[in-house]
Ligand binder design. Structure first.
Ligand SMILES: Nc1ncnc2c1ncn2[C@@H]1O[C@H](COP(=O)(O)OP(=O)(O)O)[C@@H](O)[C@H]1O
Ligand SMILES: [Mg+2]
Length: 287
């Protein structure tokens, strides 16, 4: 089958059932394609199903219903071990390193584990791990650090280093810039794009922030309550959103954007202005 899609998800459903038997329909008939070499943005409010979708796209979670076509092969009915092999070069980068690394082991242990799986000879494990950290802007002493000893930006860099250990073809980044300041956000996005170029990746960028995603994604999918509300190019979504939900996200984006522009014009950094508002709010409460 000739196709430009590296991945296709067709009519995916996923329900979580909690310990007290409460069911949540996290994905309801979701169909997505990821095209070769593109950057696909997935946006939506918290709880709309973005992380669930990302995890199914990288095989770290199984769907209840629907089909998955990976590199042109229908892998839906493969046994779990075989499916994991097929998904080996599809990786997720999380905002929190706790998701990507074992807390009891160092960053180096995690990276060396994946290098072993890549059949890198034992005597090259360390130098290769140092090289991967270096690509991601971390000095080699971070090999000995534990995940909880890292700052937000360092954590993301360590997660990226681990993901590229397996020479990925698909990278799904889940809210990786959420807790970072504007400069580090820019640096991380730059790093991801460098990596995308080196590995010729297809990339998914999950975020609640439509403003950010619209700046560099080729296409955008808007998620609402476990369904796709809308999809299109960044320009189409930003300039001509069709659903009320997408309109709301765009309006919010424009509001935040213009607020930032005003703050910028006043020469106040965003955090300072937020602190000022908090202070004013506190004073009002005291009066
Ligand atoms: N492990 C889980 N157990 C039960 N419910 C879950 C679990 N993970 C996610 N959910 C629920 O599924 C829905 C979608 O969650 P998620 O995919 O994390 O959304 P998002 O990433 O957009 O915030 C939410 O209602 C969430 O509470
Ligand atoms: Mg999420």
């Amino acid at each position: 089958m000739a196709t430009d899609n590296v991945l296709e998800l067709n009519h995916i459903r996923k329900t979580y059932t909690s310990k007290n038997k409460i069911s949540t329909l996290a994905l309801n008939d979701v169909s997505v394609e990821l095209r070769m070499g593109e950057v696909l943005g997935i946006v939506g409010e918290s709880g709309s199903g973005k992380t669930t979708l990302g995890r199914i796209m990288t095989g770290s979670l199984a769907q209840d219903e629907g089909h998955i076509i990976l590199f042109g092969n229908d892998i839906t009915d493969l046994k779990p071990k075989k499916k994991a092999e097929e998904f080996f070069h599809s990786r997720m980068v999380y905002q929190i390193p706790q998701e990507a690394f074992d807390q009891k082991h160092t960053i180096g242990d995690g990276i060396r584990d994946d290098l072993k799986a890549m059949k890198v000879p034992r005597k090259e494990l360390n130098s290769k791990a140092v090289e991967l950290l270096d690509v991601c802007g971390l000095p080699q002493e971070y090999l000995e650090h534990y995940p909880f000893e890292m700052s937000g930006g360092q954590s993301v860099r360590a997660c990226v280093a681990r993901a590229i250990t397996v020479e990925p073809e698909i990278l799904v980044c889940d809210e990786v810039t959420r807790a970072l300041d504007a400069t580090e956000q820019k640096n991380i996005i730059q790093l991801l794009f460098n990596i995308k170029r080196v590995y010729n990746l297809s990339m998914v960028f999950i975020s609640h922030d439509l403003n950010l995603v619209s700046k560099f994604c080729d296409r955008i999918i808007v998620m609402e309550n476990g369904k796709i509300a809308e999809q299109g190019s960044a320009k189409e979504i930003m300039e001509n959103p069709k659903t009320d939900y997408a309109k709301k996200l765009v309006e919010h984006t424009l509001l935040v954007h213009s607020e930032n522009a005003v703050i910028g014009a006043l020469g106040l950094p965003r955090a300072a202005s937020q602190a000022k508002r908090d202070e004013e709010h506190r004073k009002q409460l005291e009066e």
